[in-house]
Design a protein around this ligand. Structure first.
Ligand code: 5GP
Ligand code: MG
Ligand code: MG
Length: 181
């Protein structure tokens, strides 16, 4: 499997250090509060697990699964809820945890939804940010790493459901997705 990777962009150690740093930041920001951490499935799973391990406040966890129509390498903007939260968000301090923001359409949809459901506050934490991909004006409050406009996999991010279990973030060899070698 690792043979399919052309290059590593962010190493396992860099990710771990960043999770500790963000965890410390969230600990300070949510001190004395009881935020609801919302993981966006499936991509945010490893990051959520690691970053919240270092967040030393009480918090509640829930998950949302959304899918966007369109190709597997880009979202279309039409977002469908595949699995909704089990928790009421009204009056809650929300911490949305994402793997990557590309166009921003997925998060834009979620933020609108949670505002409509009367969240008290909404903060977005994303492992990766691809600012060049943005088509709607949305910014994360906390960004782990900026990445160039390339398709990345690993540490939660998939290509055809594979590679989510890589411990680092990398780029696939072009032949894997049918490009030239
Ligand atoms: P957005 O709605 O911001 O365009 O994209 C959000 C979703 O698109 C991400 O949660 C992810 O599932 C997918 N996505 C965007 N860029 C990449 C990428 O470089 N690699 C992978 N594996 N998924 C991506
Ligand atoms: Mg995602
Ligand atoms: Mg995907």
């Amino acid at each position: 499997m690792h043979n399919d990777i052309e290059k590593i962009l962010i190493s396992e150690q860099e990710i771990k250090n960043k999770c500790k740093e963000i965890g410390a930041q969230l600990t300070a920001e949510y001190n004395g509060k009881f935020p609801l951490a919302i993981g966006v499935l499936k991509g945010a799973m490893p990051f959520m697990s690691d970053v919240l391990r270092y967040t030393e406040t009480h918090l509640e966890m829930d998950f949302m699964d959304v899918s966007s129509y369109g190709g597997e390498m880009r979202s279309s903007g039409e977002v469908k809820i595949v699995k909704d939260l089990n928790t009421k968000v009204e009056g809650r301090d929300l911490l949305i945890i994402e793997d990557i923001i590309d166009s921003g359409l997925t998060l834009n949809y979620l933020v609108d939804l949670f505002k409509y459901r009367k969240a008290n506050s909404i903060k977005i934490v994303t492992l990766l940010d691809k600012p060049e991909g943005r088509t709607v004006d949305i910014k994360a409050d906390v960004v782990g790493f900026k990445v160039p406009n390339e398709f990345v996999v690993g540490y939660g991010l998939d290509y055809q459901e594979k590679y989510r279990n890589l411990p680092y973030v990398g780029v696939l060899k072009p032949k894997i997705y049918g490009g030239e070698e």
